[in-house]
Design a protein around this ligand. Structure first.
Ligand code: ATP
Ligand code: MG
Length: 409
């Protein structure tokens, strides 16, 4: 727990105090300290204004000056330093339009979402817990600071975050918080997809992701939450259907499993994923995992090698992971080892490893370039990979021209 990053954060606090300001560790890192877990990052809250923070430290980045946040680079790590603030002016239930700097730690802690996230710690280790965060940690409860209806109204993302913290720590929702969530769920329509996606990504890192996703369904949040809210989801998956999500910690497989639970078809997977504004690489990986995994077929050595050549080892392994969650495949690891072995056995797995290029093929076969070239190279790749042809230029040119002549359309 006494890691380098914590020491760097304490040094930042010392420097701020030396200049006469108050400064504390706050939020997730204090919660994780009490839980004896390693925090993602260390956040410091201070009475110093952003420009004062910038003046004190040699290396700073103005990460979110408008919201009072300056990143201090200290001892090869970075520490987010934010001026004590409250948020005001919640426009259309979106992010606060303005923040107001305040002078007390307590006010800063009061604007935080949940009691477990609203504690501070000074550099001597003393914990400031004005809202019974430690008690809620002991009781394994996620409870808002203050009136939950008001807090969810201010920022509906907190409802998704509540589900995420339940998943992260295997906690339960506090009763009042849960009732408020049922009451306010429709406010989720105002959220931006980007904020929802960011919380889902954090959900995939959680031990009990199924529990968090379960809350989104059973409390009905998902029907108001972009982009799910225009999917017309029919069936609510029960705990038994969601449980397999926790058998993996792979985010690609978890995304694919979520689509499955929402009743998305293979044909729609890609366009649904685009709605989350994920990267193209992620969309391709999840779509492939979904398509192959949801329709997993038993494999012989040859069909497996063909699949490995067209999809790549990583995609096939992810798909077999999904197939296991969907119980289309027994949950043993034997197949993964076998796939790896078949992959390693193949002398080539990519067109560029062949002893000929498309250009050479076109020149040698005296046939104008066209779609046949790609088709021929794919055919030759399979032949060489399956050990049916040697990877030798003269052999590949001869076989390629013969194949190309018959597949020139
Ligand atoms: P993690 O360990 O996953 O990073 P975290 O608690 O640090 O969890 P962050 O999203 O990094 O969560 O936010 C840092 C802190 O800022 C939280 O602990 C909480 O005090 C506060 N916070 C973040 N988002 C909100 C919000 N939407 N409303 C109120 N307070 C928030
Ligand atoms: Mg954090």
């Amino acid at each position: 727990m006494n890691d380098e990053r914590r020491r760097a954060a304490i040094r930042v606090i010392e420097s701020l105090e030396k200049e006469g300001f108050e400064a504390y560790l706050v939020g997730g890192c204090v919660r994780d300290y009490v839980l004896k877990k390693t925090p993602q990052d260390y956040d410091v809250a201070t009475s110093a204004r952003p420009e004062q923070v910038e003046a004190i430290f040699a290396h700073t980045v103005p990460t979110g000056i408008k919201h009072g946040t300056v990143t201090v680079l200290q001892d090869q790590t970075s520490v987010e330093v934010t001026t004590f603030r409250i948020e005001s002016d919640y426009q259309d239930h979106r992010r606060p339009g303005r923040v107001k700097f305040v002078s007390s730690l307590k006010q800063d802690l009061a604007r935080r979402d949940f009691t477990i996230n609203a504690m501070a710690q000074d550099r001597h280790g003393r914990i400031y817990d004005y809202f019974s965060g430690i008690e809620d940690l002991n009781d394994k409860k996620v409870r808002t600071v203050g009136n939950p209806v008001e807090r969810f109204h201010e920022d509906p993302l907190r409802m998704v975050r509540a589900a995420r913290f339940v998943a992260q720590f295997d906690f339960e929702l506090d009763k009042q918080t849960e009732l408020a969530l049922l009451k306010c769920k429709q406010q989720c329509v105002y959220l931006s997809v980007e904020r929802v996606t960011a919380e889902l990504e954090k959900m995939w890192k959680a031990r009990r992701a199924s529990k968090g996703i379960g809350i989104l369904f059973t409390c009905g949040l998902i029907y108001s939450l972009p982009p799910f809210n225009n999917w017309k989801i029919q069936d609510v998956p029960g705990p038994d259907q969601l449980a397999p999500m926790d058998w993996t910690d792979d985010r690609i497989i978890r995304w694919a499993y979520l689509l499955f639970c929402c009743g998305v078809s293979s044909d729609n997977a890609q366009s649904r994923l685009r709605e989350f504004r994920l990267s193209n690489t992620d969309i391709a990986a999840i779509t492939s995992c979904f398509r192959l995994g949801a329709e997993w077929k038993s494999l012989t050595e040859t069909t497996a090698k063909r699949l490995l050549l067209t999809e790549g080892l990583t995609n096939v392994l992810k798909a077999s992971g999904l197939a296991k969650l969907l119980r289309r495949l027994p949950a043993d690891v034997f197949l993964d080892k076998q796939l790896q072995k078949w992959w390693d056995e193949m002398p080539v797995t990519q067109v560029r490893e062949l002893d000929i290029s498309g250009k050479e093929l076109v020149e040698h076969c005296q046939q104008p370039a066209g779609p046949w070239v790609k088709k021929t190279l794919a055919y030759l790749l399979e032949k060489v990979a399956l050990g049916q042809l040697p990877n030798q230029k003269n052999v590949l040119l001869k076989e390629g021209c013969y194949f190309g002549a018959n597949h020139s359309q």
